[in-house]
Design a protein around this ligand. Structure first.
Ligand code: CAA
Length: 277
């Protein structure tokens, strides 16, 4: 998702630095951006190949890549984090960033399941800290959830709402609660779809067809779970259940999901999940 966020900001002319742990991760990010940009360019400039390549060139010229966190953060106005969903790792990252970044720069996390305030507490700028939650695929999905904790200032909230609009996204404001709006509704729905198949009601393929044609969803719940990543889905459900933040009946342990994750079948990214790719 980090690559997608970098891309949409660069498309609007923001000077962006994509920071990752090593060169191979950066290469993967660049690959995601390159192929997505080609789709966006084709859509925006239809048959005009010259305009398409100008758009791609100018977007790429706004993107720097780096493995040097300190150097990249020292003059950043906004830092959006999209690392692994692990509270300690996020706290450690933001605690370091707090010492490096300018005092007035805004920090935001793209976490989909962790409490923003717990991450923010690792810094001395909880007023300049909020959630900025994008959706996959970032260049296509129009929504951003701007998550305001009890410490987020109105100024920070306003700046992030405006930033989201400048990216041509529609922001919504949400309190710092498990899953915010979309995942709080989506995750129990995806889990219930798996339980429905476990009960032998229908096949994954028929459930997907039913939800696409009967409820107008662009993807059925199994295709969407594979798209989101079964490890991500499981880790959100496990976290909510173990943390007791969400009614445990909505996030009970599901054998099929646990087995798939244990076998390394995590969905699209591994080539196999509920379906093969
Ligand atoms: N970059 C840029 N554009 C992309 C893209 C990408 N990576 N992927 C798809 N698109 C665009 C295409 O260019 C196309 O645009 P137009 O319709 O304007 O021409 C459009 O998306 C549809 O693409 P396709 O025709 O290739 O494929 P599709 O019709 O099957 O749509 C999809 C693909 C957009 C992913 C669609 O299936 C969809 O909306 N699925 C649901 C996605 C969803 O629910 N995402 C949220 C997941 S939850 C989450 O992200 C939160 C979390 O924390 C877990």
């Amino acid at each position: 998702m980090g690559a997608g966020i970098v891309q949409v900001a660069a498309q609007k002319g923001y000077a962006v630095t994509m920071v990752d742990l090593d060169e191979s991760s950066l290469e993967r990010g660049k690959g995601i951006i390159n192929s997505s940009l080609k789709r966006v360019a084709k859509k925006q400039f239809k048959d005009d190949e010259q305009k398409q390549s100008e758009f791609i060139k100018s977007t790429l010229s706004s993107i720097k890549t780096s493995t040097d966190l300190s150097k990249s953060a020292e003059s950043a106005d906004l830092i959006v984090e999209a690392i692994v969903e692990n509270l300690q790792k996020k706290q450690k990252l933001f605690s370091s960033l707090d010492k490096i970044a300018p005092k007035d720069s805004i920090f935001a996390s793209n976490t989909s399941s962790l409490p923003i305030i717990e991450i923010a507490k690792a810094t001395d700028r909880t007023d300049k800290f909020a959630g900025l939650h994008f959706f996959n695929p970032v260049p296509q999905m129009k929504l951003v959830e701007v998550v305001k904790t009890e410490s987020t200032s109105d100024e920070t909230h306003h700046a992030l709402m405006e930033f989201s609009k400048k990216l041509d996204k529609t922001p919504v404001t949400c309190k710092d609660t498990p899953g915010f709006i979309v995942n709080r509704l989506l995750v129990p729905y995806l889990l219930e779809a798996i339980r429905l198949v476990e009960r032998g009601v229908a096949t994954p393929g028929d459930v997907d067809t039913a939800m696409k044609l009967g409820a107008g969803m662009p993807m059925g719940p199994f295709e969407l779970s594979d798209f989101v990543g079964l490890d991500t889905l499981k880790s959100i459900a496990d976290g909510w259940r173990e943390g007791g933040q969400v009614d445990s009946n909505l996030v009970v342990k599901i054998k099929t999901l646990d087995d798939l994750v244990r076998a390394g079948n995590l969905g699209r990214k591994t080539g196999k999940g509920f379906f093969s790719y």
